[in-house]
Ligand binder design. Structure first.
Ligand code: NOJ
Length: 555
């Protein structure tokens, strides 16, 4: 693979920094903690890391409310620490992606503070989306848009003279005002942020809610839209998976990424982007991946896919076809910091027990042993598919979702905004158990503060120290599979071909000389003649691949 094209088949590890490793003992992960674990990451066999936002933030949404894009949150470290981390990662051959949040700033960002002070009609307000309210006293929100975290997407401000005033748009928490991408300052400022971090060695950016930046002129009510007739294969998310949506996935957003691509291409080696874009269909995803736009986008259809052979096959086929149509490389991802961990999703009956990818969607009782077995098989499937993959911290330990965090510990704004109906995403964000040595399972130092989210007592069973060198552990499976993936000429970018197989199973080949059998829910599948065993997620049974198992072969 040509050096500059590293991202086309990379395995990228997501570092949710506040939960990764806490070196200074304040209960929150930090850059020094991350630096201390780089060798663990190298031993996993990954190619790059993506670090969730590490900028100064009041943390109303765990750092996705950024108050200064060109600095480091003091609780995470200093700009010098960030530069050292990037240099140390590079010395170890790891690339570093950062996270940029262009849809909204923090309400503590200097622009928003200026906008509040400057009052209605000011140039400062025009950097955000302020409107008059509806109703005789203007006390109704300007339209019916809803926040992704529940409740109205509008909050009313008190004007500098003390009277109730205009409303501002926030598609997420009220502390995350949406910026106005029709404003030239917004364009110029984000380009400067890109250059700031590229100049400091960042290899690229993950783009937060990449599909939300442009809103339809006139901000029309959602109620005017016809929500019926969704032709999409994956169960649509109501209000998200919708064509011609007034604030998701508008065609005008692509112009922004053409501008960003020109900046990334001016660097040597060129910097890269991955879009977080929850769009209705892979045909919409790949519009972001046209040659003059972004390089990659998370494949959320794969993440949302149930452990069912027909569904998996359809998602894989749709993904490959659509990506091919624009010459883009697919990505595969099973979990991240916004969804219930896949061990716990796969622990439910797949036809009836999982309605979506959030904790609130997990209906049936969990069978964690089954979830772990399927997670092993899913990882080996993912690593064998053409393109690049993402691993979320803790996937390699087989961490399940923490489904029963005490209510008083919940921090996701979803919890408050839903009137305590939706527990939100904290259960996949619990600090990583590294060892059984300290009270925080090695997350923090011996006498450090309590982790920002409590770890359950059973977390110790999943600690890296308990799996290191242990045959058959999830950690060793990840290491072996990723090492093998690197060694196989057939894996990474390229093509694959299906081989006829019993219902409930998937079999495919890749060239040169590789074969993969995924038994999702079939009777044990026989290995084709001439195939020799390489690795499997569970032992073969009488030479066959049993249900919930993936196996790799040479042929
Ligand atoms: C997507 C991020 O992944 C999520 O954690 C965040 O809450 C929203 N975007 C808003 O920034």
């Amino acid at each position: 693979m040509h050096h500059a094209d590293w991202w086309r088949d990379a395995v990228i590890y997501q570092v949710y920094i506040r939960s990764f490793a806490d070196a200074d003992g304040d209960g929150l992960g930090d850059i020094a903690g991350l630096r201390s674990k780089l060798d663990h990451l190298v031993s996993l066999g990954i190619d790059a890391i993506w670090i969730n936002p590490w900028y100064p933030s009041p943390m109303a949404d765990a750092g996705y409310d950024v108050s200064d894009y060109r600095a480091i949150e003091p609780r995470f470290g200093t700009l010098g620490d960030a530069e050292t981390l990037i240099a140390e990662a590079h010395e170890r051959g790891l690339r570093v992606l950062l996270d940029i949040v262009p849809n909204h700033t923090s309400d503590q960002h200097v622009w928003f503070q200026e906008a509040l002070a400057a009052g209605p009609g000011s140039a400062a307000r025009d950097r955000y989306i302020f409107r008059e309210g509806r109703g005789p006293n203007g006390d109704q929100p300007p339209n019916d848009w809803r926040s992704a975290f529940h409740g109205s997407a509008w909050t009313r401000v008190t004007e500098p003279d003390g009277t109730p005033g205009q409303w501002y748009l926030h598609l997420f928490a009220s502390q995350q005002p949406d910026v106005n991408w029709h404003h030239p300052d917004v364009h110029a400022d984000f380009l400067e942020t890109l250059r700031f971090w590229f100049d400091r060695g960042a290899d690229g950016f993950r783009i937060d809610v990449a599909h939300s930046l442009v809103k339809e002129d006139g901000l029309p009510d959602m109620a005017e839209r016809n929500w019926a007739r969704l032709p999409f294969r994956i169960q649509p998310i109501p209000g998200v998976h919708q064509t011609d949506h007034p604030h998701w996935d508008r065609d005008e957003v692509h112009e922004i990424y053409r501008e960003w691509r020109r900046v990334a291409d001016a660097y040597d080696p060129p910097r890269v982007f991955v879009a977080e874009a929850w769009v209705p269909d892979p045909s919409r995803t790949v519009l972001y991946l046209r040659a003059d736009e972004l390089h990659t986008a998370f494949n959320f259809d794969f993440l949302r896919c149930r452990w069912l052979a027909d569904d998996l096959r359809a998602v894989i086929d749709d993904t490959l076809r659509e990506h091919r149509s624009v010459g883009a490389t697919p990505t595969w991802v099973l979990s991240n910091h916004d969804v219930a961990r896949h061990v716990s999703r796969f622990a439910r009956p797949q036809r009836t027990g999982v309605r979506g990818h959030h904790l609130r969607d997990l209906a049936a009782e969990a069978d964690l042993a089954l979830g772990l077995r399927r997670a092993r098989a899913a990882a080996m499937l993912m690593f064998a598919l053409p393109g690049s993959c993402y691993v979320y911290q803790g996937d390699e330990l087989g961490l399940p979702e923490v489904e029963d965090l005490p209510e008083e510990s919940l921090q996701d704004p979803t919890w408050e905004r839903s009137g305590h109906r939706d527990r939100g995403r904290d259960g996949c964000r619990v600090p990583v158990p590294w060892s059984t040595a300290t009270p925080s399972f090695g997350f923090g130092p011996e006498h450090g503060a309590e982790p920002w989210l409590p770890q359950p007592a059973w977390f110790g069973e999943f600690a890296a120290s308990e799996q290191d060198g242990v045959d058959g552990s999830m950690l060793e499976l990840y290491r072996t599979a990723l090492g093998q993936r690197r060694a196989e000429a057939a894996l990474g970018e390229g093509e694959m071909a299906w081989v006829a197989s019993p219902e409930g199973s998937l079999v495919f080949t890749r060239e040169p000389g590789f074969g993969c059998i995924v038994n999702v829910e079939a009777e044990p599948v026989a290995v084709p003649e001439g195939w020799t065993f390489v690795l499997s997620s569970a032992p073969l049974v009488d030479g066959r691949v049993a249900a919930d198992t993936t196996a790799w072969f040479h042929r």
